[in-house]
Design a protein around this ligand. Sequence first.
Ligand SMILES: [Zn+2]
Length: 474
Amino acid sequence: MHKLVFGTAAAAVATTVMLAAQAQTPNPNAPANFITFNSPVTVLTHVRVIDGTGAPARDNQTLVIRDGRIAQVGGVASITLPAGANIIDLPGRSVLPGLVMMHEHLYYPTGPGVYGQLGESFTRLYLAGGVTTMRTGGNTNGVMDYNLARRIEAGEMVGPAMDATAPYLNGPSPFLQMYGLKDAADARRQANYWADMGASSFKAYMQITRDELKASIEEAHKRGLKVTGHLCSVTYGEAADLGIDNLEHGFFAATDFVADKQPDVCPGQARGQQSVAALDENGAPFAALVKKLVDKHVALTSTLTVFETFTPGRPSPRGLDVLTPQLREQFERAHERVERSASSTYTALFPKDMRMERAFVKAGGLLTAGIDPTGAGGVIPGFADQRQIELLVEAGFTPLEAISIGTLNGAKYLGRDASIGTIAVGKQADLMIVGGDPSTTIADIRRVETVVKKGVGYDPSKLIASVAGQVGLW
Ligand SMILES: [Zn+2]
């Protein structure tokens, strides 16, 4: 009792000291510190427009932003500059829609089976990389994603607009930061509890049963929310039949082709991947699965970035210097191990999944993009989002198609394509301004100079500098 009183008094003193210090020191992380422009009317002119629909780039355009929305867009000669506007001349630059990315997380692997919660640094990095809207594809903390989504929406913090996903819906698993569902009734309770708490979508995981998944989907759909899955115990085909909205990781997580697959049991991710590696990608079973997904309107999320870190012979990821020195070293050791793994399944599987994702699109499927900053690390928000678009081009999409997958397709999935995802009059001014021309040279997507969200310009270099060397701590 004595201890408790003492502790409370000490905490009160500490809080008073902290508040006093905060009152005296300006907040170095206030949103205003990252803003480059915020005017009622902003004009971007002499700029190349890549509108996100897949249409060819248009040179020498003017784009008028008024009250956070795109008011006019057209050839320089066709648009009269509004009086009093903030005019930004952008020769040699391109303007694209802000990225709408679908498999983001606010956590990162920091230790064996441990995910550090890095919401504040990650939301800045996503925005710096050009992401203006994102879905978190499962959370391992409970409420942080919703709190960040609300505070960003209120302008108290900077970051993309967020579709904040609930904690994973999964059966018993080795993951310490995941709840294990007991049965279908439990799945119904969990879905409704987290929706009440603020979740706007759900992610099912590798050990869920078909009954639990069915119950989750029913409850989510009753509330107008969507369910995606990184599955294993349930096959892609079964999930499609149960009404799932989206599947993650291209075909890397499909267990449909495991010969002795037991219902509701995950045969292990490695066995699933071996079966995909052995599959005839031009054969009837794969075509039938693709047809089922397309017929049932199941979207597929490409997360090539995380699999690239498992594949030998690939370039070292960008952005590693934002990590704490310890996390950077940890990833570099993991990367060396990958480089030495001469017989890795991923050598063949990585390009094969790329071809399978293209086959899905060719058959009429909706492909979206995300990064998945998990694995053994090295998938750095923002930097990896740009990389994901580059990898779609490596997969065989044209740069214009890849940009459209990373912008319009995400907006379509979220049901927000009337307001975001392309550059068009009336849409929200969510944009990225980059040097060069990513419609011909996709690597130019790395050259982000300004990210515009609701008409407000943010400086990527300031956002990155504010977290440099500290990602892993907060
Ligand atoms: Zn993930």
